[in-house]
Design a protein. Structure first.
Length: 337
């Protein structure tokens, strides 16, 4: 089912401190045979939609409640968020750009650098409890790399405070098998496999905690599939929502399965290309395949024309599903070459 929507889903309707880190074991590899380029290609650019605003406010309320039980403080957070949204809302900017500014103000108002701290740890713990099941799926699979991608995408459900995401980290224990059986609602894996076969340098931009545990297995399977690749992992530069940082992955032993580990270098939903560390920008210009996990990374990269780029995500948001041309609430691999 190369580049087609799974017929099972055809009935679905759309409801209304920041610095790069490089592992000491990084080796010097020969110059890449294939490189990404910034050239115009045919795809949608994800600009903010009116429906993004209530979604953003819902998440703001959620994270304020995670940080404090003080009703006056929660009210102040909502007031400040509404004011900055009113001041900055512009249909010509991306949702990620506005959300970054709003979340920064909220974190500063709360005086809390990581309101999702406990949820992130719980998410990693739940994912680690699921690892034996995931390992069994990989062992029994005729295509462990594709199965690893599916499991990594299922981990993308570990998001909080928005529609289509998890109610609690522990809910994934009950729903994991359902999502495995659901499979890929949109499947560009055949295209992606061809790109991985010829790749020499792949970058993986990560998303949520919990999900990051399954990303490690995906990295391992990528290395097994193509032992010649240089694999670079990029996590968030500072805590923001439930996304993974260096602190969140320190015990996951990524150094065993990737060649480089960098950060996005700053506080940002997705990533802020204007603040990207020089080393990461250099790696991007040398990479011949970019893998992006989650919706925020899609929002950020849709503003650019790096290619080829593959998005591995769950379409939890109507606006992003529409931008990608996909149904809502499916597991998807979408490739732009």
């Amino acid at each position: 089912m190369d580049g087609e929507v799974n017929p099972y889903f055809s009935h679905l309707s759309s409801p209304p401190p920041c610095f790069p880190v490089q592992n000491s074991f990084t080796k010097h590899f020969s110059q890449n045979l294939y490189t990404t380029h910034q050239m115009p290609i045919s795809r949608s650019v994800m600009k903010i939609q009116p429906e993004c605003i209530p979604c953003l406010l819902k998440r703001i309320i959620f994270e304020a409640e995670q940080s404090t039980t003080d009703k006056k403080m929660q009210t102040r957070v909502i007031q400040n968020a509404c004011k900055i949204i009113s001041d900055l809302y512009n249909p010509n900017i991306s949702s990620a750009t506005l959300a970054t500014k709003v979340h920064k103000l909220v974190y500063d108002t709360l005086g809390d650098p990581d309101p999702y701290r406990a949820l992130k740890q719980r998410s990693n713990n739940v994912a680690q409890r699921l690892l034996p099941k995931v390992e069994q799926l990989l062992t029994n699979s005729e295509n462990p790399l594709k199965t690893g991608m599916l499991c990594s995408i299922i981990g993308n459900i570990l998001d909080f405070g928005i529609e289509g995401a998890s109610t609690t980290p522990e809910s994934l224990m009950q729903s994991f098998d359902h999502f495995v059986q659901e499979g890929l609602g949109y499947d560009d894996y055949p295209k992606l496999e061809k790109l991985i076969k010829k790749a020499r340098h792949i970058m993986l931009f990560t998303d949520n905690c919990g999900e990051i545990v399954f990303d490690r297995l995906l990295c391992r399977e990528l290395k097994k599939f193509n032992p010649h690749i240089v694999l670079t992992l990029v996590v968030k530069g500072e805590p923001i929502i439930s996304d993974a940082t260096l602190e969140d992955i320190k015990d996951l032993l990524f150094e065993e399965v990737v060649d480089n580990i960098y950060t996005t270098g700053c506080f940002a939903i997705g990533l802020d290309f204007s603040k990207l560390p020089q080393d990461v920008e250099k790696q991007l210009n040398q990479a011949d395949l970019i893998l992006c996990k989650g919706m925020a990374n899609y929002e950020a990269f849709s503003e650019k024309s790096y290619h080829p780029v593959a998005y591995l995500l769950r379409t939890k948001c109507h606006a992003i599903a529409h931008s990608l041309g996909l149904p809502l609430n499916i597991n998807a691999i979408k490739v732009f070459e």
